[in-house]
Design a protein around this ligand. Structure first.
Ligand SMILES: [Fe+2]
Length: 290
């Protein structure tokens, strides 16, 4: 194996690799090629390979940086704390056994509510329904920042966004808000998020630490801006959200089993469409930290 074949997907951004194999995880030249590709495009799809084992997935992801113990935080997997399993499996009472996986999720950035937020994220499809659902959308927030008007850019530069797990959640389509309410009763009521719910600050114009490209760092978990009153924050957030989630800068990922999607968590936001409860879906998620 000398070079990976890396192609662009038919969207504003996104790359796809179909000749990668888990056996390449330890090959430094191939890893360098992936890292270089990720510095040029914030989303890479690996498709067509066999399913990775848990330990292979952890090894692959940890090559990029320190992994966050997302599985441990959300209490879903004690043997592999780095893997957050998202499953629609229900218990006898009809509630989801783990953290919610069937409700729609609005545009968000993984772990932006932590002091050290995520730098790269990994989503892997383990079980996928036969019908198209649970689709994940991505938006490129480097392009969003670069598209801001001069005056908006000046307002954003130097501004600190406030992020918390229970952010605004306003940026959800009406149909998805309804679906979310319909399914709220089936969420796992035994789950209590054990982390802090206090807001943390991150730059609204976020410079990626490895390649210095600047992203517009706001999402539905952004609840305001430091040193700005609520009404001003709300107005600015709404204006910026139109840029962050502009349809012309999105990519829609329809999952196939074994797909592994690697994305730059600073330069993208993503959202999940609703997933029927009667269709089984299992995903594995991991993140590195800044
Ligand atoms: Fe996510």
């Amino acid at each position: 194996m000398s070079r990976l074949v890396i192609e662009k997907v038919d969207a504003a951004f996104g790359l796809i690799i179909t000749n990668w194999k888990p056996e390449f995880i330890g090959e430094t030249k191939i890893f360098s090629q992936i890292k270089e590709a990720l510095s040029e495009d914030p989303l890479i799809i690996f498709r067509g390979q066999r399913q990775l084992t848990d330990s292979e997935l952890i090894e692959f992801a940890s090559n990029f940086g320190d992994l966050f113990n997302g599985g441990e935080l959300f209490g879903v997997n004690s043997t592999t704390p780095e893997i957050l399993e998202l499953s629609t499996e229900l218990d006898e009472g009809g509630s989801e056994k783990l953290v919610s996986s069937a409700t729609p999720l609005p545009w968000h950035t993984d772990y932006c509510y932590l002091p050290r937020p995520s730098r790269e994220s990994f989503l892997n499809a383990v079980v996928i329904p036969s019908t198209e659902c649970g689709t994940t959308w991505f938006a490129n927030t480097y392009l969003a920042y670069e598209s801001l008007s001069k005056s908006l850019k000046q307002r954003v530069d130097g501004l600190s966004g406030l992020h918390k797990l229970e952010g605004s959640n306003r940026h959800q389509a009406a149909v998805e808000t309804k679906t979310y309410e319909d399914r709220r009763t089936q969420k796992n009521s035994n789950f209590n998020y054990p982390g802090s719910r206090d807001p943390v600050e991150h730059p609204a114009a976020y410079k990626h630490p490895l390649h210095n490209r600047t992203a517009l760092y706001i999402n539905s978990l952004t609840c305001g801006f430091a040193d700005m009153n609520n009404s001003e924050s709300e107005a600015l957030l709404s204006e910026l959200f139109l840029e962050a989630a502009a349809p012309e800068r999105t990519y829609k990922h329809v999952w196939q089993e074994n797909d592994l999607v690697l994305f730059d968590t600073i330069g993208t936001i993503h959202r999940r469409e609703a997933q029927p409860f009667n269709e089984h879906r299992v995903m594995r998620q991991l993140s590195t930290l800044i």
